[in-house]
Design a protein around this ligand. Structure first.
Ligand code: CDP
Ligand code: CDP
Length: 230
């Protein structure tokens, strides 16, 4: 059966990565979490005094980009690929609220986007890929056969992310998580380079009131249909 490319874009904590992983597993496709790549560069900047409390040395980050090695390595036990930065597993460290508080500023930088988009296009060139992010259906794979745009209310999304951070034993407040979700929504959708927007041919899914199972069933049926049409 012919393989297709599935692009999943949308706001933070709309369940993109959860459903993308489920779809990839069910279809035997590769899952790529493009947000993890922006998060890894942000972590690098935080670990190397490029970003500190009130300072962001954008020029230094741009200068360092060529020397950064960002890669995914499949973990058989977890059943998905984990993020590595310069050979070190950073899958856990890239998901903190602190990284979330800087990542949208890093993702605004065109040099960063150019580098990551190229890597993403290489990863998906054989098709058979499910990639989630903000610009996958609009910039990375504008010709993807199937595109989804996920939404849910800000309150629903912040509650989901807050629960996740508590489960990771991060001491965060709900208000800070909500603020972060709202500020990333704003920066991501108003930036000049590749803003978050629904591709014209994307199917919009509001999952505020959809369970994970119902959401998967809906997207899986659409994926089967698109593959059969191919
Ligand atoms: O999981 P969550 O939706 O919170 O975020 P993510 O997918 O890990 O992405 C983190 C951030 O990276 C986003 O808020 C965007 O600023 C940026 N990003 C982007 O600009 N383009 C992408 N294709 C993916 C992520
Ligand atoms: O990748 P993205 O940031 O869009 O979201 P995610 O990491 O897949 O999902 C964020 C959290 O929301 C996870 O804990 C999901 O289990 C939860 N979620 C949910 O409870 N119901 C949904 N319909 C979608 C996501």
């Amino acid at each position: 059966m012919k393989k297709i490319t599935i692009a999943i874009d949308g706001f933070s904590s709309t369940g993109k990565s959860t459903v993308a992983k489920q779809l990839a597993k069910a279809l035997g496709y590769v899952y790529v979490d493009s947000g993890a790549m922006y998060r890894a560069i942000t972590l690098y900047a935080m670990q190397n005094d490029i970003i500190s409390k009130d300072h962001f040395d954008i020029e230094k980050l741009i200068n360092d980009l060529d020397s950064l090695k960002i890669s995914f390595k499949y973990n058989d036990v977890l059943g998905f690929a984990e993020m590595y930065l310069n050979g070190v597993n950073v899958e856990h460290d890239i998901r903190t609220l602190e990284v979330s508080q800087w990542v949208s500023q890093v993702a605004e930088i065109s040099e960063v986007r150019r580098m990551l988009v190229l890597q993403q296009q290489i990863m998906g060139k054989e098709k058979g890929v499910v990639m989630d992010g903000r610009d996958i259906g609009t910039v990375v794979f504008p010709d993807a056969e199937l595109k989804f745009f996920m939404t849910a209310s800000a309150d629903t999304r912040a509650k989901r992310r807050y629960k996740e951070l508590l489960e990771r034993n991060e001491s965060v407040s709900y208000v800070d998580v909500l603020k972060n979700v709202e500020s990333r929504d704003l920066i991501d959708s108003t930036r000049e380079d590749s803003p978050l927007m629904k591709a014209e041919d994307a199917i919009e899914i509001d999952n505020s009131n959809l369970s994970l199972e119902a959401q998967f069933e809906q997207l899986y049926a659409l994926a089967r249909e698109a593959i059969e049409k191919k």
